[in-house]
Design a protein around this ligand. Structure first.
Ligand code: ATP
Length: 251
């Protein structure tokens, strides 16, 4: 089975034969994944399948045991996470938010490697996309609601002008209203040409997907268009326990 973005175009990210784990526990087994330019890939899998481990391995937050990762055709071997971020990979996680800093300060940190003028320009573009944040730009991040914090982590990840945005369960802890908002924002970013890899169990995110990949006990077991997955009842049941009615969609 092929896990490639397209057979011909050179992918933005190509990972081959990844193996990784913790101590004696091997979590990823010979995982291949590619993300094309402007492509949105949704990574599905049951709890504990290894989704977070895979995302962290791509960022260099978890060490590889075997395998290789190329970004824009160049190997990421030996590169620290901050070097990967400078090359255009962003990771959206709530851990990256500093609660005791203001929204403005958090955003500035997201663009720490950019010239000051670019930070200001980029921040005003992002405030236009996230009006809730602009209204409270001087407030501490600790004072934001869960949904607003998610928006801040997305805006912060986007400050550095990434080409590839990697997200781990952006819907976690959000009300359906905010899930809808996050999906709408991501749709806007995708239309602007951003490539994305999103680990999610909320099937509402499938609407964003150009392609879906499924991790099964640390092995990549499926890669294909979302239609194939939507019509594959065996996959739906085995990964989500769904009967076709309650699939987590928000609309
Ligand atoms: P979920 O959807 O529940 O977040 P996941 O697909 O993201 O799951 P991972 O978080 O990658 O799965 O976990 C894969 C396996 O690795 C699990 O068995 C988990 O217990 C184990 N694991 C994850 N992080 C660590 C760690 N820091 N140390 C030891 N084992 C870990």
């Amino acid at each position: 089975m092929s896990f490639s973005a397209t057979e011909t175009a050179s992918p933005l990210l190509r990972a081959t034969g990844l193996a990784a784990g913790y101590g004696l526990l091997q979590v990823l087994w010979d995982v291949d994944i590619e993300i094309g330019q402007g492509e949105c890939v949704i990574l599905l899998g049951a709890n504990g399948a290894g989704k977070t481990t895979l995302l962290k391995a791509l960022l260099g937050l978890v060490a590889l045991w075997h395998g290789s990762i190329e970004f824009k055709g160049r190997s990421l071997a030996g590169q620290r996470t901050d070097q990967r971020v400078r090359q255009g990979i962003a990771y959206m996680s709530e851990i990256g938010i500093f609660p005791n800093l203001s929204i403005d300060e958090n955003l500035s940190l997201g663009g720490y490697h950019l010239p000051k003028r670019d930070v200001r320009t980029r921040a005003s573009q992002l405030y236009a996309m996230f009006p809730d944040l602009e209204q409270r730009r001087g407030a501490l991040a600790a004072s934001l609601s869960g949904g607003q914090r998610k928006m801040l982590s997305l805006a912060k990840a986007f400050m550095g002008g990434p080409q590839l945005l990697i997200m781990d369960e952006p819907s976690a802890g959000l009300s359906p209203r905010y899930v809808k908002e996050v999906i709408a924002t991501l749709r806007q970013l995708r239309e602007g040409g951003l490539s994305m890899l999103i680990a999610e169990q909320n099937l509402g995110f499938l609407d964003l997907a150009g392609r879906v990949c499924v991790l099964d006990s640390g092995r990549m077991s499926f890669s294909g268009g979302r239609d194939a997955l939507e019509h594959d009842d065996i996959l739906r049941r085995s990964y989500f326990g769904l009967d076709g009615e309650d699939d987590g969609r928000t609309d």
